[in-house]
Design a protein around this ligand. Sequence first.
Ligand code: PRT
Ligand code: MG
Length: 216
Amino acid sequence: MITIALSKGRIFEETKPLLAAAGIVPNEDPETSRKLIIGTNHEDVRLIIVRASDVPTYVRYGAADMGIAGKDVLDEQDLQGVYQPLDLQIARCKMMVAVREGFDYQACLRSGARLKVATKYVKTARQHFAAKGMHVDLIKLYGSMELAPLVGLADAIVDLVSTGGTLKANHLVAVEHVADVSSYLVVNQASFKLNKNLIQPMMDAFAQAVKNRSNA
Ligand code: PRT
Ligand code: MG
């Protein structure tokens, strides 16, 4: 039996066609079902529904054999014993630095002022600003980063941007690109060795589906 850890929402929706390409169809929709373990048409494959940021944990400890998680999430975690064999190119977005409209980020950089930055992505943000030689105070948040500059908690945020609608609605502007983000297949290394006969064909089908889509 192979267990695949997924989060509901955009990752589940964009994973469905990849599963279909591997001949796997979930028995239920996690958006409407309250079940956390979902069977599939394939007797050897089941799905578990977890928080996006918990996917690497389930895979690392082998409670799931494989999973799908955003690069944003993966880069924040200890991935010992986990392969990241395939960029699925789904749930794509950009990680950006954003500030309040009218805040002069460039002037702030030039003056060498110490910036307060609120983010859920502390590790990634620390690396980004360190590489630029910037001194920042990082403030860890768990969500709604867009609020922080509006109420004086921070000068800037590091957050994901997709359409840009959320920034706009909150009078924020993106001022710097941190990283392109997409979701990756992650596989427990020990499970891979034990279940190669099941996992390898699934990985090949995902890879082919990603390739077909990028050629389409
Ligand atoms: O919601 P929860 O706290 O459980 O976890 P999560 O937010 O990490 O999960 P989920 O399902 O919302 O996102 C899963 C993955 O999708 C993330 O880890 C990213 O890799 C990817 N992804 C792609 C995004 C976005 N696009 C995205 N736009 N994740 C979040 N957003 C948020 C962003 O943080 C911001 O608040 O959407 C808002 C901006 O969107 P726009 O379209 O207004 O720019
Ligand atoms: Mg979310």
